[in-house]
Design a protein around this ligand. Structure first.
Ligand code: PLP
Length: 435
């Protein structure tokens, strides 16, 4: 398989270059040049295979000239080493729980796979690879954990000091070893600016071999298809007939793009529901035909606070950049904070099912948009205890009532590595780490 840039389709890129560059040289996103079709028999008999084997078979056509089968099998076994269960909530309503990985959010899937495939391709290089990432919270933990102790790779995670939750900070700072967590005296935007400056610094790039692990990397996107196939296998094993309507809580639209790609490879899906929070660029586009990115609005589902979804162009390409085409298979709607609160309360009261705010947005959309006669599968992207403060406001003591307790050592003041938001500081640190 070769890859193309969305903007200029004349040049074909090999997988390794696509993974290491992240973005195409023209600043656009990479896409596979064609969509492999999976065997009908395999799809209908998928319940006979375990998760790593399904992952292997789904991913192989995207990389079979580049990685030997046994190597890819080893990578999928290490990446998909936690449960991804489908649970029945009520009648035809099911949830796909993506939060059983080490940092309790679905980003573990992409981060684990990307870290291992980068490690694989970097194996025969005589220099270390530096992964430089800025995080507002969730991504940093998944990246820190996913890349921890991967041979040949050093990681620097920048996060805004005092602006991530104590638990998120714990997840970013605790791995250590090859993972260097730095609290920046500034905002998330400062962190992002520092990272961009490093990537633009030609002098630095001459001496340091670096890449980023952000969500536009195709190495994070492709593995996210796997759990949609696995969900289908589980529904079949549960005796569920009919194709599911899949509802995905969306921010940058990477997760739902992976679901659409899985569908284009042959996964039976009745239709998609893309649920956003108050950041409603896509729902408004579906209504008006005008695509208008806006300033980010802060909501309870903060990992979906995105005013300009970076993966949307990929998803749109899968529908021939046609609003008419996309609307035949997908609806999109925005869920308010009030609706998210109501859903958390209703889910727990009615079904004893506790949801984090992102999952609650998907639940709201699924309940509102899918008929009770249809198979409805909504996606849960984070464990409720990652958002304990929000839940406690809505259901006092909710986590304890649901049987979740959480205990972790608080990073001590002075125990963390703090840096000013000054690029020269970062540059010095990069030079030391990459040596
Ligand atoms: C990142 C994230 C999302 C949004 O996923 P996208 O792929 O950006 O649409 C949803 N929920 C949680 C918990 C997340 O961390």
């Amino acid at each position: 398989m070769k890859y193309l840039s969305l903007a200029s389709k004349d040049k074909r890129y090999p997988l390794k270059e696509v993974l290491f560059k992240g973005l195409a040289p023209d600043g656009s996103l990479f896409m596979p040049e064609s969509i492999p079709q999976l065997d009908r028999d395999f799809i209908e008999n998928m319940a006979a295979y375990d998760l790593p084997e399904i992952a292997f078979r789904v991913l192989k056509p995207y990389m079979d000239e580049d990685i030997k089968d046994d190597e890819l099998r080893a990578i999928t076994r290490e990446s998909f080493n936690f449960p991804i269960p489908v649970r029945q909530i009520d009648g035809n309503l099911y949830v796909l729980e993506l939060f059983h990985g080490p940092t309790q959010a679905f980003k573990d899937v992409g981060a684990r796979f990307l870290s291992r495939i980068l490690g694989y391709f970097n194996r025969n290089e005589d220099r270390k690879l530096l992964v430089l990432t800025a995080t507002s919270g969730d991504t940093g933990g998944a990246v820190a954990n996913g890349f921890h102790k991967v041979e040949g790779i050093e990681v620097i995670v920048l996060y805004p000091k005092g602006k991530v939750s104590p638990y998120q900070e714990y997840q970013i700072t605790s791995p250590g070893a090859n993972v260097h967590a730095i609290a920046v005296e500034g905002s998330f935007d400062d962190c992002q600016r520092l990272v961009k400056e490093a990537f633009r610094d030609e002098d630095l790039r001459k001496i340091v071999y670096m890449t980023s692990a952000n969500s536009i990397n195709i190495g994070r996107l492709l593995p996210q298809m796997v759990y949609y196939f696995f969900a289908y296998a589980q529904l079949r094993a549960m005796g569920v007939k009919g194709d599911p309507v899949i509802t995905v809580p969306s921010g940058n639209f990477g997760n739902i793009t992976a679901a659409v790609l899985a569908h284009k490879m042959g996964l039976p899906v009745k239709r998609f529901v893309a649920a956003t929070n108050a950041n409603d660029v896509v729902p408004r586009f579906f209504k008006s035909g005008v695509y208008e990115p806006h300033q980010t609005i802060v909501t309870l589902a903060n990992a979906m606070d995105v005013g300009d979804p970076s993966n949307f162009p990929r998803m749109y390409e899968l529908y021939n950049n046609s609003l008419q085409d996309i609307k035949t298979e997908m609806i999109s709607l925005s869920v308010s904070d009030a609706e998210i609160k109501k859903a958390i309360s209703e889910g727990f009261g009615k079904y004893s099912y506790l949801m984090d705010p992102h999952t609650a947005a998907a639940y709201t959309a699924a309940i509102g948009q899918v008929d009770k006669s249809e198979i409805s599968l909504f996606v849960s992207t984070a464990h409720p205890f990652k958002f304990g403060e929000v839940i406690d406001d809505i259901i006092p003591g909710g986590l304890e009532k649901a049987g979740y307790t959480i205990d972790f050592p608080k990073p001590e003041d002075g125990g963390r590595d703090v840096m000013s938001a000054d690029y020269l500081d970062l540059k010095t640190r990069i030079a030391i780490v990459a040596r």
